[in-house]
Design a protein around this ligand. Structure first.
Ligand code: COA
Length: 306
């Protein structure tokens, strides 16, 4: 029955074959090694409030160690069952269940990145990443996710002043494997605006303000990508008030663009050139430049509050 639950959840969230098989295989091994009940006991202890989220995570990692299974994969099975806890909570709170499904779909987005960086189809940022869903600071709205977080910078336009500790909504672009179609982006904004207005307005000091800080907003892309590029179209809706460079010299961006990490000793000239982004970025890296990031405030919100 538990196996059937897992299979139907993975089908519902449309995991790809590699991730599906890896997760099911991890489940079967947990059963074989008599560890599944221990894992489910953790879920039930968390649900009853007998254990804290991160202490539960430590116990999950212990099971991975004892069974000699990869913790990223054990975490997928664990969060597949934790998903039921979150689903019940969303129902209690009256949150739309398609938002809950975004939590489960996110396992795939995380696993795709995990496979790129670690060669493992699992949850490489667990349990920190998922904790944000369980403490209601991050929510998925299809193409985009939004996280309630302190701004961490300073922005002023007319009467709109966003200070370091002002709570705002940071947009995240998950790796869905699909292009960032503008109509889907607009749909996410619409859903998020309504959801946060209805449910989190006091936590947001009465203002729903989207911000985006990402490599996707790099100023370098204006000369690399076509003006119709989805990233440029999205960036155009933000009043970018700051550009900067990453301390890791784009290491975390390079694997997102080239599908692999640039390891010590590997040459930039070996990076693939399959897309205009890859060609343009490779060229600028070879010139010794960095991609960096851009940080902007969503223009319709600036207009609304300024
Ligand atoms: C954000 C994302 C969906 C944009 O993809 P998109 O909709 O194709 O974007 P654009 O239309 O602007 O793409 C312009 C060009 O760059 C290419 N491109 C875009 N993202 C790419 C990526 N991650 N790797 C390689 N090429 C990419 C496109 O294929 C297109 O190439 P073409 O001109 O040769 O046809 C995509 O980059 C992605 O999924 N990234 C992973 C998630 C991520 O990094 N999020 C931000 C974390 S802070």
């Amino acid at each position: 029955m538990k196996r059937r639950y897992l299979v139907s959840l993975m089908e519902k969230a449309q995991f790809n074959k590699e991730f599906f098989d890896t997760t099911l295989n991890t489940f079967d091994q947990l059963v074989q090694k008599n560890a599944l009940d221990n894992l489910l006991d953790i879920v039930s202890a968390y649900e009853k409030g007998e254990i804290e989220f991160f202490d539960a995570g430590k116990k999950v990692e212990l099971i991975a160690e004892q069974t000699n299974l990869h913790p990223f994969c054990v975490y997928t099975v664990y969060f597949a069952f934790m998903a039921e806890v979150l689903r019940k909570r969303y129902i209690e709170k009256g949150y739309p269940l398609d938002m809950w499904l975004n939590f489960v779909k996110d396992f795939q987005y995380q696993a795709t990145d995990s496979n790129t960086v670690h060669g493992v189809w699992g949850q490489y940022c667990a349990p920190l990443w998922q904790s944000r869903y369980f403490n209601y600071t991050i929510f998925g709205f299809g193409t985009l996710q939004f996280e309630i977080r302190k701004f961490g910078g300073y922005y002023k336009e007319g009467n709109l002043e966003i200070k370091e500790d002002t709570p705002v909504l940071f947009a995240h672009v998950p790796n869905t494997g699909k292009p960032l179609k503008y109509e889907n982006v607009l749909e996410s904004y619409k859903k998020a605006e309504k959801f946060f207005t209805d449910n989190y307005l006091s936590e947001l000091n009465g203002k729903v303000i989207f911000v985006l800080r990402s490599w996707v907003m790099s100023k370098k892309f204006a000369s690399i990508l076509k003006p119709t590029s989805n990233m440029l179209v999205m960036a155009n809706d933000y009043d970018v008030f700051k550009y900067g460079e990453y301390a890791d010299k784009d290491a975390d961006t390079i694997w997102r663009i080239f599908g692999k990490e640039l390891k010590e000793g590997e040459k930039l000239s070996d990076l693939p050139e399959n897309t205009s982004l890859q060609r343009g970025v490779k060229d600028l890296l070879l010139r010794g430049e960095q991609i960096g990031w851009g940080w902007g405030v969503y223009k319709p919100h600036v207009e609304k509050y300024k």
